[in-house]
Design a binder for this molecule. Structure first.
Ligand code: ADP
Length: 446
């Protein structure tokens, strides 16, 4: 097992990894930017190294600085968390060259799955159903128009390096596709330094349902059931739950088997998530695979009663996955609490927290790095807490969430707490009746 692990991340996920390492007897090293000197992950780690100024490009994304921090502290492993360098194949390769174990797949594996157009081609070969679309990349607008005719409108233009909904445009006609082309390419170039595009059939009113998987270096792969992430705003997840209200035993078995087949085909090692779109007829299509731990992993942990980060570290150290089957029990919901003003178009609201009261009680979990007096820096993601409630039934988990959102007091900044309160009290949400289109008609009155 590893002796010293460096966490190449910040915020709640850095803290989350530190907690598991403590329980496993692994020493931790935090890295931080000068904007994060007062962060809890810096205080809670055994050692901390400053790696640069506030902009992530100069700190959390600065590979030489992160590697140097690992070398001077004698780290034998690096956990990348999510975001930042977590799906950076170059970083994974450089870690390997420095004899530091990257907690995640090899650089080659990330290359295979990180590029979305290539991933789809690979999955087709594996026999996993994919969203119909262009054969690989579309290099020019002319080719895109030709391919769109074959796929039939509506189509969605996507950046192959995409993430967080960036570089993605919907087109209902050739005119719209022409209008979307330059904007999508520009956005992708700015966000990922890569403007390669591909096309997909636009699935109308789908659900976003993903399967958590874990694989070890001996070829064993297990799935840990699904998460429904259909509640999204501008392709960004706001709330996730498991089981999906749309799920049946038969569909779970089929989707689980497809996800396992996908991971086995590429000999996947580590934790990963296979994302699917599911249409109203319960047809499901592979969309992409995330080769890292995800923000919403706690809801899975709650229903399978299992520490996913611990398992991730164990398989990276060469252990076998614990069991072939994991049986989910109960219902778990996560609300992403962001420092944003929901009544002003979710505008970021950084600043200092002057009052903080966190909810508690049976079945309540908060993964968060905030504390009373903490100043949220403006440079990073606006998520400040994940509020997770777990109960025997969906109704109970919702009632518990409602109670917790009322108890959760954060003053000094605006948060999405009141938005979530309105959301979980919406009749369609309560009935489990929603798709990825939900937020387009949901009106938050503030
Ligand atoms: P990103 O990696 O940028 O988050 P994804 O490919 O995961 O992009 O897609 C994000 C969201 O966009 C999905 O959850 C879904 O709501 C929507 N979406 C993506 N592809 C399609 C499609 N072919 N048809 C309908 N909706 C889609």
């Amino acid at each position: 097992m590893f002796k010293k692990l460096l966490i190449a991340n910040r915020g709640e996920i850095a803290l989350r990894v530190i907690r598991t390492c403590r329980e496993m007897g692994i020493k931790t090293i935090a890295v931080y930017s000068t904007a994060d000197t007062e962060s809890l992950h810096v205080k809670f780690a055994d050692e901390a190294v400053c790696i640069g100024p506030p902009p992530s490009i100069d700190s959390y994304l600065n590979i030489p600085s992160v590697i140097a921090a690992a070398e001077i502290t004698n780290a034998d492993a690096i956990h990348p968390g999510y975001g930042f360098l977590s799906e950076n194949s170059k970083f994974s390769k450089i870690c390997a060259e420095h004899n530091i174990k990257f907690i995640g797949p090899s650089g080659d594996m990330i290359d295979k799955m990180g590029d979305k157009a290539t991933a789809k081609t690979t999955m087709k070969k594996a026999g996993v159903p994919c969203v119909p679309g262009s054969a690989g990349l579309v290099d020019t607008l002319e080719i895109a128009i030709k391919e769109a005719k074959k796929i039939k409108y509506p189509v969605i233009l996507k950046a192959t390096a995409g993430g967080g909904g960036k570089g993605m445009r919907l087109a209902w006609s050739e005119d719209e596709l022409e209008g979307a082309w330059d904007a999508a390419r520009k956005e992708a170039l700015a966000a990922f330094a890569n403007n390669d595009m591909y096309l997909e059939k636009y699935i109308e009113e789908p659900r976003h349902i993903e399967i958590q998987i874990i694989g070890d270096m001996y070829g064993n792969v297990s799935h840990l059931s699904e998460r429904d992430c259909s509640i999204q705003r501008r392709h960004q997840k706001l709330l996730e739950e498991t089981p999906s209200p749309f799920m049946t035993k038969a569909l779970r078995d089929k989707m689980g088997a497809a996800a396992v087949k996908a991971a086995e085909f590429i000999k996947y090692e580590g934790v990963g998530t296979v994302e699917f779109l599911v249409d109203k007829h319960k047809n499901f299509y592979f969309m992409e695979m995330n080769t890292r731990i995800q923000v919403e992993h706690p809801i899975t942990e709650e229903v399978v009663n299992f520490d996913l980060i611990k398992e991730q570290i164990k398989v990276a150290a060469g252990e076998k996955v614990s069991g072939k089957h994991y049986f989910p029990e109960g219902h778990s919901i996560e609300c992403r609490i962001n420092a944003e003003d929901p009544s002003a178009d979710f505008r970021p609201s950084p600043g200092t927290i002057v009052t903080l009261n966190k909810p508690g009680g049976l079945g309540v979990r908060i993964d968060s790095h905030i504390y009373n007096g903490y100043t949220i820096p403006p440079h990073y993601d606006s998520m400040i807490a994940k509020l997770i409630t777990t109960a025997r039934t969906r109704e109970e988990a919702i009632a518990k969430m409602d109670r917790c959102l009322s108890e959760f007091v954060i003053e000094g900044i605006k948060t999405t707490i009141p938005f979530h309160k309105a959301l979980i009290n919406n009749e369609d949400f309560k009935a489990g009746n929603y798709t990825t289109k939900f937020m387009e008609t949901f009106e938050y009155k503030g």
